[in-house]
Design a protein around this ligand. Structure first.
Ligand SMILES: [Mg+2]
Length: 394
């Protein structure tokens, strides 16, 4: 007599793929060195099979929802939801003539996350355990400090994260370069001497301007200079990396939409720390490959935005150093989802969920994945989300 427990439901095919876009106004006007915005659009992908549903999302134009529902919905119909990698390859093939970088890759990323979430739910496992963890949690850095903020608003926000026990914070620079040293000075004064201070220019500076400002920022202990010049200027990034003060890491990679982009950035020696975003790079499937690229080059990997997904996926990345706890996305994910994880500072936490799944551990500025619920551990609050909906559909 066989002892194998048959679970026929997990062999059921994918039944439905739906997508919805929600545009959420920001709490205050926001800008960085090269862009201003008053709202952020999140595009969800929901994939149903065997009576369960997985969810993923990306932050991009609502046109992504059309790609997901029409093009990718057709690709995924009747596929086995357990074979995420096969589904991923089929999605990428189907989008060939749309161009892989940009919206296509956002669509693949959102659906890939939904597929991993669905697989974990089908197997009744937290996603972090399905992927397997190198780390118990994901260190975070508080990120906001928009150039649209007054110096008082900037100081309050950064000091707020420091007070919550998050030991590193990031502010935007590059909008008014001549004012940036003063803004950085104000930020340092607000957070005190021990907090790590990061800056992100979003590609706003010229090469020489970035070098001059690197020296000015070093006086205030800045240890991270993100996109000092355009991340397309790999030579320029390399120049700044080579000549910036040694305590200052140069970082880029948030606009990586496919694996060759990351390989080129690494091969050119452009960065001290590579960044990647699971909602752009091709989902969890390709994020794991980015980790492998970093592993081959002994390169640290930092995750960009989308904190809830990165909390679950980030623990599976060997080269992970931290992730961006981005004000905009933190706010939106708390508004739209139940089960969003929160950083817990300097505290001992109770066991997480089912016996054996989690153990108490001291946490300081760490975002822990959901271990008490299967999958990503979050549910979309449909009624709350619906008032922000901007596209027709389910
Ligand atoms: Mg950035």
């Amino acid at each position: 007599m066989s002892m194998t427990r048959v679970r026929p439901s997990i062999d059921a095919p994918i039944e439905r793929v739906c997508s919805r876009a929600y545009t959420v106004p920001t709490d205050r006007p926001e800008s960085d060195g090269t862009l201003s915005w008053g709202a952020t659009t999140i595009v969800t992908a929901r994939v149903a099979g065997a009576g369960l549903e997985g969810i993923g999302w990306t932050y991009g134009d609502r046109a992504v929802a059309t790609l997901i529902e029409d093009t990718l919905g057709e690709v995924l119909a009747d596929r086995n939801p357990l074979d995420v990698q096969g589904a991923w390859a089929a999605m990428v093939s189907a989008l060939r003539n749309n161009g892989r970088p940009g919206l296509s890759s956002m669509a693949v990323s959102a659906v890939d996350v939904a597929l991993w979430d669905l697989k974990a739910r089908l197997l009744e496992l937290p996603l972090a355990h399905l992927l397997g963890r190198y780390h118990e949690g994901v260190p975070v850095y508080g990120s906001g400090g928009f150039t649209s903020y007054t110096d008082a608003e900037l100081s309050d926000q950064l000091a707020g994260w420091a007070a919550e026990g998050i030991p590193r914070v990031k502010m935007k620079v590059g909008r008014e370069p001549e004012r940036d040293p003063e803004r950085v000075r104000a930020a340092r004064a607000a957070i005190g001497p021990d907090e790590q201070l990061f800056v992100d220019a979003n590609g706003a500076y010229s090469r020489k301007q970035a070098l001059r400002l690197a020296s000015a920022f070093a006086e205030y202990g800045v240890s991270w200079f993100e996109e000092p010049v355009s991340s397309d200027d790999l030579e320029g990034l390399r120049l700044i990396r080579d000549r910036a003060p040694v305590q200052m890491d140069v970082a880029a990679g948030e606009y990586g939409y496919e694996l060759p982009y990351f390989e080129r950035m690494l091969a050119s020696g452009a960065v001290d720390v590579l960044q990647a975003d699971v909602t752009r790079c091709g989902g969890i499937t390709d994020l794991l490959r980015v980790d492998a690229l970093c592993r081959a080059r002994s390169m640290p990997l930092s995750l960009h935005c989308s904190p809830t997904i990165h909390a679950a996926a980030g623990t599976a990345l060997e080269t992970l150093v931290h992730m961006e706890y981005f004000h905009d996305h933190v706010r939106i994910e708390n508004m739209l989802f139940d089960g969003v994880p929160h950083p817990r500072a300097g505290a001992l936490h109770p066991a997480l969920g089912r016996p054996g799944l989690g153990v108490p551990h001291p946490v300081e500025g760490i975002l822990c994945p959901q271990l008490e619920r299967p999958g990503l551990g979050v549910e979309l609050r449909v009624a709350d989300a619906e008032r922000f909906a901007v596209s027709p559909g389910a």
